[in-house]
Write a protein that binds this ligand. Sequence first.
Ligand code: NAD
Length: 254
Amino acid sequence: MQGIKDKVIIVTGAGRNIGQVYSRRLAEEGAKVVVCDVIDCEETAGIVRAAGAEVLPLHVDVTDEAQTQEMARRAVEQFGRIDGLVNNAALFQDLRSDENKGFMDIDMDRWDRVYSVNVRGTFLCMRAVFPYMRDAGGGKIINIGSGTFLHSSRGRMATNPHYVSSKAAVMGLTRAVAKEMGQYNIKVNTLSPGGTDTTLNAESVQPFKEETDRALNRPETPDDLTGTVVFLLSPESDFITGQMIVVNGGMETY
Ligand SMILES: NC(=O)c1ccc[n+]([C@@H]2O[C@H](COP(=O)([O-])OP(=O)(O)OC[C@H]3O[C@@H](n4cnc5c(N)ncnc54)[C@H](O)[C@@H]3O)[C@@H](O)[C@H]2O)c1
């Protein structure tokens, strides 16, 4: 298998949870990792260094165009190029208080903020890395979506319509941009996780006691996602672009 050794990969939203686990796995595979977030990235940077990889931690608000451009510039200044971008930053766990609100109860400032981070942020980061990837002859972009819009709401309440629709927009954005980027050998795909328990890892996860709708009857952990991230960043996936890969243990089948 051709891997990602010495590739330069930017991970947004890398300061905690799934983004931190992506960064650790990329480091273990020998990549150089640029870890970006609005929260402090030093813990993630320490994990990457402990795995023996080079790291550049940056404070980046993905909604701010100038900051995303500076992110790309600093990555190239430090490591000479950008091979991959994992657009992972999102308003997700910070939306817990909206979870059981009906669609009439969603605050419109909140709606705008979710779209600003999840959609505009994804778009701006792609635009920031594009000139460097084009001039280098190619690159790989993974936009993190969500399987959530495949099942919609599980109850009668319209849970998180702003979040759910923003992640559908990420898939649409991927499809549109992948077409344009093909001529530059830049591959753009969506990775959509199922509901993922960020408190668990490959060692601590246990089977569910009850039957669920999931074919693989256990909780999903961040470790379940990292193999697909490595694959989509590696030459092994070089003819895959514009697609969405759903990693959910066979909950919804897409
Ligand atoms: N955990 C799940 O069940 C699940 C399921 C499907 C998809 N996802 C997606 O996976 C990704 C990670 O999820 P998570 O569970 O680790 O959520 P999380 O909320 O812990 O992680 C999001 C990260 O993005 C950062 N962020 C927020 N606003 C930002 C901004 N303006 N600029 C830069 N960074 C910003 C946060 O600080 C945080 O580190 C998200 O895109 C989420 O939508 C998660």
